[in-house]
Ligand binder design. Structure first.
Ligand code: MTE
Length: 318
């Protein structure tokens, strides 16, 4: 895959690091398998991916630009929601090994001047890729601070030239039941669908991620391309995107369809609007155990995004 790295790092520094990490992970896993240790603690730690000494150096001591400590690579990649691979938080990590996200094509259609099937490499080749640290705040009230890698969604939108009828953008996850075991069940309606209003999608904070911690997204985090909308609950961050459509009407997203009493379209993080079954005023910052972290309006991004919702009743538009 061709990906451009941030300007401050020479590619000669990156490629060996990346190759090195993959090779090490492979060797560790292979060694664990060969020794027949599949279920032992030693084998589990071998599958854990890079430890602190192995993540790219620039992240090791980094406090994020939002001045909060980053979650570890382990937190970010072993506590996930990705129902295609199961409903438990470690299911995506354990069950996504057969998923093959390369090569990858994204179909772009609907109200656009330049519809088509775009190869991921081609989409990425024209982007300048960036690291961005954003909070991820789940509707279940846990949160993490994650160094994502990717590019602004607005860049892709400009490139395909939406028409004047494009009021919303709808995203869909791939359907591949042979590689995604829970797509063989009806735990959700497949494919997973999400949407944004056009002005939300064009906001500079809305981001298409291809990596975490400077490395390609692992399968469980939504390889090879997923959405990150930092001021909204995590379920808006649709993973493994294969379709982007520009539409006139508000799309019906998966969780609204699943349970419209509990989930709305906007899903802006809001400490004052409770989920019907629990309060959203406090959150559990992983790996902590307690909800002792006050939730911030729009997940802390109110200054940047509050204007998008001026005049809207946020109690009604959940
Ligand atoms: N995308 C798909 N395709 N399937 C899912 O089940 N879960 C969502 C979102 N994207 C989900 C998905 C939810 S509920 C959350 S909180 C985030 O992914 C979690 O992202 P993470 O696992 O990278 O932390």
């Amino acid at each position: 895959m061709i990906i451009r790295r941030p300007a401050d790092i020479a590619s000669s520094q990156i490629t060996p690091e990346h190759v090195y990490l993959n090779r090490r992970r492979f060797l560790k896993t292979a060694a664990a398998g060969a020794a027949g240790l599949a279920a032992s603690p030693a084998a589990l730690s071998a599958l854990r991916g890079p430890d602190d000494q192995e993540v790219p150096a620039r992240f090791r001591t980094m406090r994020s630009e939002i001045d909060e400590e980053l979650n570890s690579y382990q937190d970010v990649t072993q506590f996930n929601n990705f129902y295609e691979f199961g409903t438990g938080k470690d299911d995506p990590y354990k069950n996504s090994g057969d998923f093959n996200p390369r090569p990858w094509t994204v179909s772009i259609g609907g109200e656009v001047a330049k519809p088509g099937d775009y190869h991921l490499e081609d989409l990425l080749a024209s982007e300048s890729m960036e690291d961005r640290v954003y909070r991820l705040r789940c509707v279940e009230a846990w949160s993490m601070v994650i160094p994502w890698y990717g590019f602004p969604l607005a860049n892709l939108i400009r490139r395909v030239e939406p028409t004047g009828n494009a009021n919303f953008v709808e995203f869909r996850t791939i359907v591949r039941p042979e590689e995604m075991p829970y797509q063989r069940t009806s735990v959700l309606n497949w494919p997973y669908v999400e949407g944004l209003r056009m002005d939300e999608a064009m906001h500079p904070l809305a981001f298409l991620a291809t990596g975490v911690y400077g490395m390609d997204l692992p399968n469980q985090n939504g390889a090879p391309l997923r959405l990150v909308v930092p001021w909204k609950y995590g379920f808006k961050g649709v993973k493994s995107i294969v379709s982007i459509r520009f539409v006139e009407r508000m799309p019906l997203n998966t969780w609204q369809r699943q349970n419209s009493m509990e989930y709305g379209f906007y899903a802006n993080v809001n400490p004052e609007v409770d989920h019907p079954r629990w309060s959203q005023a406090r959150e559990r910052r992983l790996p902590g155990l307690f909800k002792n972290h006050p939730t911030l309006m729009f997940n802390g991004y109110a200054d940047q995004v509050g204007q998008l919702y001026a005049g809207m009743d946020l109690n009604r538009w959940k």
